[in-house]
Design a protein around this ligand. Structure first.
Ligand SMILES: Cc1ncc(COP(=O)(O)O)c(C=O)c1O
Length: 404
């Protein structure tokens, strides 16, 4: 008999967004006339930039000719993409990251879920609370988290690091030393950023304890404050303790195209073992490379015209963020995030639970957001709105919330 991996049975309930989807579906069925505005799921809405579309067309045409046809991509990504990433995302910011330390993939979600395979299941993990659920769930599947306790809404072996307004949504160093530390800045869901000083403290801590930081920088393109680090490698010593994940999804609207990359410095070791060759081996065994045409599209993101068009898109979303942030603040809400990140994190009014506020906002105002408690217990009494809607819908949503 084939036995299943029963760690999967420890995964909790239905995924946050399926519960939201079900509630919205039921409400629409009962109120077909309702004009619902969705500021819940973090998917982009602006079309792909023209320069990127042009690069895609060109690459598609190349595939139709014998002389320019491409088969399997190199396991770790095409040099034309890795070179430009190394130069523009890292060296231009003073980070010493070489092209061959960049592993191109089809997105950050798979990479930050799969990276834990390199580590022993005996390791302890530390996550922010609230958190992007993929970090915890991928470790549940691997059997690293222990049993789930419904009372505390926590897995027994996970170190949860509360991120609240009292610590500016940046975790304090935990009492128990974790082996693997997941950090994500700019943060989903809180929209918070981390200063270079606080990030340096984490790097120093990881180096002092031989821990590894798994740093998710999927939203770095939204940082406008020049003092905020875009990469963990801006910190001294990060090459010795950190892996970084990047995504083209929110940077350039690639949620449907799929492209991302992971950085593993060649000298990064843990317990005396280098991680680079292990990830290279895993990549080569389990992955056959992001499509050529998509990697060419990714390259175009770094061209002068591509960069300009993408900055316009980001400015559009951040214009939405400003409308939400200022509108809600003006109406007396306690609001966070939304300045260097496309997420607005608000305190629910009247101490309502996150789900109570969700239901009220849906049924009274026809607006869909995301209950903060869905991201972890410390997210209770918070609520996430995203800046990824259209300008028109964002403005209408804020008008509705303000006039509640
Ligand atoms: C923090 C974080 N990391 C990673 C991802 C996934 O990125 P990708 O689309 O590249 O898989 C998301 C998407 O919502 C995210 O919020």
């Amino acid at each position: 008999m084939a036995k299943i991996n029963d760690n999967y049975l420890r995964l909790q309930g239905s995924y946050l967004f399926s519960t939201i989807g079900k509630k919205v579906r039921e409400f629409s069925e009962q109120h077909p006339e309702a004009d619902i505005i969705r500021l819940g799921i973090g998917d982009v809405t602006r079309p792909i930039a023209p320069t990127v579309i042009e690069a895609l067309h060109k690459a598609v045409d190349e595939m139709g000719h014998e002389e320019t046809f491409r088969g399997y991509a190199p396991d770790l990504g095409y040099d034309f993409l890795r070179n430009v990433i190394s130069e523009k995302d890292f060296k231009a910011r003073g980070c010493d990251i070489e092209p061959d330390e960049i592993f191109v993939s089809d997105g950050a979600k798979c990479d930050c879920a799969n990276i834990q395979e390199l580590f022993s299941t005996d390791n302890t993990i530390a996550v922010c609370d609230p958190v992007y659920p993929v970090y915890v769930d991928s470790n549940v599947m691997a059997g690293r988290t222990g049993l789930y306790d419904t009372a505390s809404e926590r897995y027994g072996k996970v170190i949860y690091m509360p991120c609240t307004k009292d610590n500016d949504f940046v975790p304090d160093i935990p009492k128990e030393v974790p082996d693997m530390i997941y950090l994500c800045y700019p943060n989903n869901p809180s929209g918070a950023v981390i200063t270079k000083e606080r990030l340096q403290e984490w790097v120093d801590y990881a180096n002092a304890h031989d821990s590894v930081i798994l740093y998710d920088a999927a939203y770095e393109a939204y940082i406008s404050d020049p003092s905020i680090p875009h990469s963990i490698y801006e910190c001294e010593g990060a090459r010795d303790c950190a892996i970084e994940f990047r995504s083209f999804s929110k940077t350039a609207g690639f949620t449907g195209l799929r492209l991302g990359f992971t950085v593993i410095p060649k000298d990064l070791t843990t317990g005396g073992e280098k991680l680079w060759p292990l990830w290279a081996r895993r990549h080569g065994t389990k992955y056959n490379g992001a499509p050529y045409i998509v990697q060419r599209a990714g390259e175009a993101v770094y061209s002068e015209a591509g960069r300009r068009e993408i900055e316009e898109q980001i400015a559009y979303y951040m214009g939405n963020a400003k409308i939400i942030y200022e509108g809600l603040k003006g109406a007396g809400y306690e609001v966070y995030g939304g300045v260097n990140a496309p997420y607005i994190w608000l305190r629910t009014p009247g101490n309502m639970t996150s789900w109570e506020f969700f239901d009220q906002l849906l049924t009274q105002s026809g607006i869909v957001g995301t209950p903060g408690s869905g991201f972890g217990p410390s997210g209770e009494h918070y609520f996430r709105l995203t800046a990824f809607g259209s300008r028109e819908n964002t403005t209408r949503a804020v008008e509705r919330i303000v006039s509640r």
